[in-house]
Design a protein around this ligand. Structure first.
Ligand SMILES: Nc1ncnc2c1ncn2[C@@H]1O[C@H](COP(=O)(O)OP(=O)(O)OP(=O)(O)O)[C@@H](O)[C@H]1O
Ligand SMILES: [Mg+2]
Length: 256
């Protein structure tokens, strides 16, 4: 214990969080008195039926949406708007079409004030991290969906976030690319030691990537349930315990 002790970063505390929208003049409660602690470096998956509030929760965590009540704290500090300790990745990577892969990722550094040459050097590292070293000079229109999403991830990592917020990042990809990208996300999460909060409708993806799964119910206002995924890593999708966990998670939704 000394003056230079570093505390783990990326803790998220959700305290008494509530959020409603107005629909046809009536209040539509989406999140109601939600409480959750996500520890630094944890991987949390958020699953639940369409419309249950997953994106709303992620947008509140990102600071893109203000809660009606309660608070989110990151490492003890209340969230007020967006911040560079958090990076958000959406289903569509939203690349700038007139910039190359290198340009798009370097842009992520330049907005942080990193000078151009240095930004490009760091961008090259991130591009290698996501396995696109050969494609630095390609334009977004020349990339597959999975490659474009990798560029989005490389750009998001430019801010060196403590927390990665992902809203169905692999949702637009075909089944095979999705599995490859799940392996990539698992590796990036491990190497970067970030806290990861991943919204997905794919239960297998949740089990593959998460330490815990937050199951949001269809009934608004019913408290979400947390399920520990205590499987060793790297995980094997065909292993008996993995399959049993998938069955258990499906049963949460009345599926067989
Ligand atoms: N800006 C908004 N204005 C009004 N209602 C909204 C707004 N954003 C979300 N909602 C409502 O809040 C509820 C939750 O929406 P949200 O997008 O969080 O669901 P979701 O769980 O992400 O669904 P999906 O799986 O389809 O992406 C829905 O009933 C939706 O209609
Ligand atoms: Mg959504």
């Amino acid at each position: 214990m000394g003056a230079h002790q570093t505390f783990p970063r990326g803790a998220v505390r959700i305290h008494g969080l509530s959020k409603s929208f107005t629909l046809n003049g009536a209040a539509l409660p989406v999140l109601r008195d939600m409480n959750l602690y996500i520890r630094p470096g944890e991987s949390l998956a958020v699953v639940g039926p369409s419309g249950c509030g997953k994106t709303t929760l992620l947008r509140v965590l990102a600071g893109l949406e203000a809660p009606d009540g309660g608070q989110v704290r990151i490492d003890g500090r209340p969230v007020q708007g967006v911040g560079t300790e958090r990076a958000v990745i959406f289903q569509e990577p939203r690349l700038l079409p007139w910039l190359t892969v290198l340009g798009n990722v370097a842009f992520g550094f330049e907005v942080r004030g990193v000078p151009k040459a240095e930004a490009e050097a760091q961008a090259r590292q991130n591009i290698r991290l996501v396995g696109l070293g050969e494609f630095e000079d390609a334009f977004p229109a020349q990339l597959s969906g999975g490659m474009a999403q990798r560029v989005g991830i490389a750009r998001a990592l430019a801010v060196q976030p403590e927390i990665l917020l992902l809203d169905e990042p692999l949702g637009a990809l075909d089944a095979m690319t999705r599995i490859t990208m799940q392996d990539e996300l698992a590796r990036i999460w491990r190497e970067q030691q970030v806290t990861m909060i991943l919204v997905t409708h794919d239960l297998e993806e949740a089990i593959f990537l998460a330490d815990r799964v937050l199951v949001m119910p269809r009934e608004k206002g019913t408290p979400p349930r947390l399920i520990d995924i205590d499987l060793p890593r790297p995980r094997d999708r065909s292993e008996a315990r993995f399959v049993a966990m998938r069955r258990r998670l499906m049963a949460e939704f009345g599926l067989h």
